[in-house]
Design a protein around this ligand. Structure first.
Ligand code: TRP
Length: 445
């Protein structure tokens, strides 16, 4: 199987790691994390999320990096080379399916983001009160024509970049723009934390109420950790193959995970104090960020400019993620059906667009694809990826790969124990638990 993701462009020492971080940081942090946390009761969810990040997601990320760098090939090739003639490469196919499913709804959310940049640029969000802001989101997100219009714009932009194979160019820009987004998030955080009534939001985020920890919350925390880190679908295996042998691999994984968590946490600090200050229901779902943020901007000096720049930078963050997701699908279509890059981009984008229209028309479908990709497909992918380590690669080979730069990995035995026993077991347990409770009250309600 040929994969065409070019290797050049990662000459700088931290280039590959920055690219992996760029894939991880996206709407998953700014949009998905606050809404899922809000629906699952706040602080107790956050605690579980941190645990899952450290004990489950981080070992998966380290495993993906090791597999990719050891093989020196993107995901499909990596599994084929390390386990020739075996079925492990199916992990790569599952990853393509997952990228495809994520794109159905991801473009809708990026579309909303672009729409909000437009609405603030044209002054349509300024001086609205909280109920009008709420109405604006409800009206536009429930209007299929509006949703489809913005979704098609974002999908078109993504397709344009992928068809021309210029994603490396975008990456250069995003290296400058993403730190600016981070600074803006911090500024907005400060404003949100100093609103009257912010303290209820802080305690929602920081004082745990364990009665809220349902089986579904565990399931969602796991899915969110995987989604946010882009793991469980082989993307990080591919990025691993770009990381130089001189890099400290465990440390690289740790930095990506810490940065990703830090940004998600900041977004929590940005959203919840404001949500509570304005009486917005934190569990209201996928619109949370869009009904909250405009209220903060309206309370800021030069809020309108802030709002436009913020949403535009968020569009860039979304675009870099959707480009790399579409890249996975296009590469697959190209090699499977022998199409040219432009043709496979066109075919993939049209299919994604049609299913995206389905999501724009039906919130149930939107939710279904959102939940099935993060909570079912990614954990399943991760389950097989970590099992590959003890079953196929072996302890010695992973250790060598992790320590290839000459620095001993002091916690290797902890990593290996987690990877061999705890991660697969935890995924299985959380799954079974959820399926059992599903029989009682429905998995996705
Ligand atoms: N992690 C991305 C985000 O937080 C979403 C994502 C999941 C992703 N898997 C991916 C992005 C693979 C790029 C490639 O928004």
């Amino acid at each position: 199987m040929k994969e065409n993701i070019a290797k050049e462009g990662f000459n700088s020492k931290i280039g590959a790691i920055a690219a992996a971080a760029g894939s991880a940081v996206g709407l998953g942090n700014v949009w998905r994390f606050p809404y899922v946390l809000g629906q699952n009761g706040g602080a107790a969810f956050l605690l579980v999320y941190v645990l899952f990040m450290l004990l489950i997601a981080l070992p998966v990320l380290m495993s993906e990096f090791s597999i990719g760098r050891k093989a020196g090939l993107p995901v499909l090739g990596a599994f084929q080379t390390l386990a020739p003639g075996k079925k492990w490469y199916l992990i790569g196919f599952a990853g393509v399916l997952c990228a495809f499913v994520i794109l159905f709804y991801y473009n809708i959310v990026s579309g909303w983001t672009l729409m909000y940049a437009y609405l603030s640029a044209t002054g349509q969000l300024a001086s609205l009160d909280e109920s009008q802001i709420n109405q604006t989101f409800e009206q536009s997100s429930q209007d299929p024509v509006t949703c489809i219009f913005w979704m098609v714009l974002m999908l078109g932009a993504t397709g344009f970049v992928v068809a021309r194979g210029v994603e490396k160019g975008i990456e250069q820009y995003s290296k400058i723009l993403m730190p600016i987004l981070l600074i803006l998030i911090i500024v907005v955080c400060i404003r949100s934390l100093t609103l009257d009534g912010a303290s209820d939001g802080i305690s929602f985020l920081l004082s745990p109420d364990f009665s809220k920890l349902t089986p579904r919350a565990l399931f969602e925390a796991l899915g969110q950790a995987f989604f946010s880190l882009s793991i469980g679908m082989g993307t990080m295996t591919t990025y691993g193959s770009y990381i130089s042998k001189k890099q400290n691999l465990p440390q690289a994984a740790l930095s990506v995970a810490l940065l990703d968590f830090f940004i998600a946490f900041l977004c929590g600090l940005m959203i919840f104090p404001c949500a509570f200050a304005f009486g917005i229901n934190p569990g209201q779902g996928a619109g949370l960020v869009f009904v909250t943020l405009p209220n903060i901007f309206n309370k800021m000096a030069m809020g309108q400019i802030f709002s436009v720049v913020f949403f535009l930078l968020l569009v860039v963050a979304a675009l870099t993620s959707s480009i790399s997701l579409l890249e996975v699908v296009v590469t697959f279509v190209k090699s499977q059906f022998g199409l040219k890059r432009r043709m496979s981009t066109l075919v993939s984008s049209i299919t994604i667009g049609i299913l995206g229209i389905g999501c724009a028309v039906s919130p149930t479908l939107f939710d279904f694809f959102d939940k099935i990709s993060a909570n079912v497909l990614l954990p399943l992918g991760a389950f097989f990826i970590v099992l590959f380590i003890p079953l196929r690669l072996g302890k010695k080979a992973v250790r060598e790969e992790m320590e290839a730069n000459g620095t001993p990995f002091k916690l290797f035995n902890v990593y290996y124990f987690l990877t061999k026993y705890i991660v697969p077991l935890a995924i299985l347990l959380i799954f079974t638990n959820s399926i059992l409770s599903w029989m009682g009250y429905g998995l996705f309600d």
